[in-house]
Structure formats: C-alpha cells, structure tokens
Ligand binder design. Structure first.
Ligand SMILES: Nc1nc2c(c(=O)[nH]1)N[C@H]1C(S)=C(S)[C@@H](COP(=O)(O)O)O[C@H]1N2
Ligand SMILES: [Mo]
Length: 222
C-alpha cells in the first residue's frame, strides 16, 4: 500500500475528498441553499414534517367547555376568571405560523383562530412591576415567559387549528401559541396565567431546558 497518495488507496481517498468537496460546493447536507427562502425559514438543526406530532406528559385531560375557564391573576389591577363564553366574546383573529419543537421537528403553515394575548393583557390591566408570566395547565404542566416574549402581537390563545376546534390531544379546548419560541413554551389545556415580578421556571425549565428557547439561536438546553 502506498502512503504517498499515488497508489490505489490514495486514489480512493482523493475520490472521497473530491466528492465531499463537491458536496460542500453544492451545499449538500444543508437544510437549504444560500438565497433559498426555505433556508431562512427552517431553524438550524430542525427537519420539516407534514404530520402534527403529539407531545405531552402522557396525560391528556378532558376539559369540558363548562370547566374551560382561564384564570388571569398575579400582578394585575383586575384579576379575572374568564369562562368559555366570555373568552369567545372577546375579539378573535386568525394567525398563521410555523411550529418548531425542541425535539427537532418543524411544521409550517399552521392556521390558528383565537384571542390575541394582547387582548388578555389589556383586559386585566397588568401592573408595571410584572416582568414574567407563569403559565399553568390542567395536566399540571407549567412553563414561564418573560413579558417581552409573552406580550408579542403574534401570540394567541388558540381555540381552533386549521379550521376545526382544537382537538384534545393538541390541547383543546384552548392552548397558548407562542410561535417565536420552541413549542414547549406553548402550553396545551391552559388554565391560568399568573403575572410575576420574579421569574419562576416551569416543568421543562427546571429539567435542563433553556430558559428562553429561541429556535433561531438553538436555545434547546442549558
Ligand atoms: N399542558 C401541556 N402543554 C404542553 C406540553 C405538556 O406536556 N403539557 N408539552 C409541550 C411540548 S414539549 C410540546 S413540543 C408541545 C406539543 O404540542 P402538540 O402535542 O400539539 O404538538 O406542547 C407543549 N405544551
Ligand atoms: Mo417539546
């Protein structure tokens, strides 16, 4: 066997190197090509799916509409307990967004209908001291957000997905949708929003998930 690269082994090596060099030039193995809008749409380390995976703690609580109440309290001037009818009477809006799960699947073009979070915030008159929210669900799940992440105009309390009532497995009758962060920040079966001065890490945040969870910065763990 020749080690100077001229023998058969050397030629094979050169061929492999050439193949990989060509891949690099073509941008093979990348999620998109430079200048390709899809590349700018799929965050790093994610792969696109077309189904809608279900992820939770293995408990999918049945929440009948007469028990589907949302409590909004903590650092607010007007704490509220909004029942289903009160929530439906609030101004609703359609939203389209992409979902990015920390377990590396992304799903494009989800159409949601619901109440913008900004309307909920206006309803209870949040105090200036409020800096964070703790979100609590019927299955005991919790997660936390900084006010800047919670008060975004694209966030909503969703009742419908792709034209139909939200199914129980996806958090029906209502869930939060916070599309700019990984999907663990979008609690299903939401029952309480509590405004806080100090941050309070939630279920996954105390188990090693990142505190913020921006998919574009790959803030998965830590
Ligand atoms: N109440 C509740 N909300 C939850 C969870 C949960 O276990 N309980 N899991 C989170 C995680 S980790 C993800 S990825 C998404 C999954 O939502 P989906 O099942 O509709 O895809 O819900 C989030 N919201
Ligand atoms: Mo997740």
């Amino acid at each position: 066997m020749s080690e100077d690269g001229t023998g058969p082994a050397g030629r094979i090596r050169e061929k492999l190197v050439e193949t990989k060099r060509r891949w690099a030039e073509e941008g093979r193995l990348l999620t998109g090509r430079p200048g390709d809008p899809e590349r700018d749409r799929l965050p790093p380390g994610q792969r696109l799916v077309t189904d809608f995976p279900v992820l939770d703690l293995g408990v999918q609580p049945e929440v009948p509409l007469d028990r589907a109440k949302l409590r909004i309290d903590g650092l607010v001037a007007a704490p509220a307990l909004l029942d289903w009818d009160a929530l439906q009477a609030m101004p609703q809006q359609g939203f389209r967004n992409d979902i990015h799960c920390v377990t590396q699947w992304s799903r494009y073009d989800n159409d949601w209908d619901g109440v913008p979070v900004s309307a909920l915030i206006g309803h209870v008159r949040v105090k200036d001291e409020a800096r964070f929210v703790s979100l609590e669900s019927h299955d005991g799940y919790t997660t936390n957000l900084a006010m800047e992440d919670f008060a975004r105009p694209a966030n909503l309390l969703a009742f419908r997905w792709n034209g139909a009532p939200l199914t129980r497995q996806h958090g029906g009758p209502m869930r939060l949708v916070v599309p700019h962060l990984y999907f663990w920040k979008s609690p299903k079966w939401l029952r309480r929003i509590e405004f806080l001065a100090q941050d309070r890490p939630g279920f996954w945040e105390v188990r090693g998930y990142h505190h913020r969870g921006d998919p574009w910065l790959e803030e998965r763990y830590g």
